[in-house]
Design a binder for this molecule. Structure first.
Ligand code: ATP
Ligand code: MG
Length: 200
C-alpha cells in the first residue's frame, strides 16, 4: 500500500457551504486523496476585527456539513491549540505522521498567503491544491515574487465557479432569505437552532 494521501482544508467555516464541499471534493478526486481534513480555525487571525462565531458552533456546523462523506474528516487540531491558528504550524504537526499532504485553498487565500505566518514553512510541509475563485484563476505575480519557487509546489484544481461565500450567506440568513442549496440544510438547521447571524 502506498503512502496515505491527505488534503487539508483550513477555514473559518462561519458557516461552511457548498463552495467548501465542492473544493474539497475536487481535490479528493483530482489528486486521488484518501481523505480530506476540514480544519476550523480557533482564532482566524487574518479576520481579526470582525466578529467570528464561537469555535464550538463552527465545529458543529462543519461536522454537519461533511456528515455522510466517508472521505471527509473534521479535525479539532486548531480549535484545541492555544493562540492564533497558523496553517504552517498545523501542517508541520500533521505531516510529522508521514504520508503525502496537500493544503487546499482558493484564489483569495492564495493571494493572501505572503501575509500569513511563515508561509515558506507551509510550502515545505505540503504541496498546495489551488482552485480559482470569483474569476481569479492565476497565481498573482506578487505571490510568486514574495515566495519564489511557489509555482512548483502548486497543483491546480478544476472546479466550477460557485458564487458563494460565508459572508454572503450570513447576510442572507440575517435578512431572512432562502439559503438553499449553497448552504446545506443540515448546516442551516444548526444556525437556526443556535440563533446565529441574526444581527450584523
Ligand atoms: P468569509 O466570507 O467569511 O471569508 P469564505 O466563504 O471565504 O468565508 P473561508 O472559511 O474564509 O470561507 O474559506 C476557507 C477556504 O475555502 C479558503 O481557502 C477559500 O479560498 C476557500 N473557498 C471558500 N469558498 C470558495 C468558493 N466558492 N470557491 C473556491 N474556494 C472557496
Ligand atoms: Mg474567506
Amino acid at each position: 500500500m502506498g503512502a496515505v494521501r491527505t488534503g487539508v482544508l483550513g477555514g473559518t467555516f462561519d458557516p461552511p457551504h457548498l463552495g467548501h464541499l465542492v473544493l474539497a471534493a475536487a481535490a479528493r478526486q483530482q489528486l486521488n486523496l484518501d481523505r480530506v481534513l476540514f480544519v476550523p480555525a480557533r482564532l482566524p487571525w487574518r479576520k481579526m476585527g470582525r466578529e467570528v462565531s464561537e469555535a464550538q458552533v463552527r465545529l458543529r456546523m462543519t461536522e454537519a456539513a461533511v456528515a455522510g462523506f466517508e472521505w471527509a474528516v473534521v479535525s479539532t487540531l486548531e480549535i484545541e491549540r492555544e493562540g492564533p491558528s497558523y496553517a504552517s504550524v498545523t501542517m508541520q504537526a500533521l505531516v510529522a505522521d508521514g504520508g503525502d499532504w496537500w493544503f487546499i485553498l482558493g484564489a483569495d487565500a492564495l493571494a493572501d498567503l505572503p501575509n500569513w505566518y511563515e508561509p515558506e514553512t507551509l510550502l515545505e510541509a505540503a504541496r498546495l491544491a489551488f482552485a480559482a475563485r470569483d474569476g481569479a484563476t492565476e497565481v498573482p505575480f506578487g505571490v510568486v515574487a514574495a515566495l519564489p519557487g511557489i509555482e512548483a509546489r502548486i497543483d491546480r484544481l478544476a472546479m466550477p465557479n460557485l458564487d458563494v461565500s460565508s459572508t454572503a450567506l450570513r447576510a442572507q440568513v440575517r435578512e431572512g432569505q432562502a439559503t438553499e442549496v449553497l448552504l446545506p440544510h443540515v448546516v442551516r438547521a444548526v444556525i437556526d437552532e443556535a440563533g446565529l447571524y441574526r444581527t450584523a
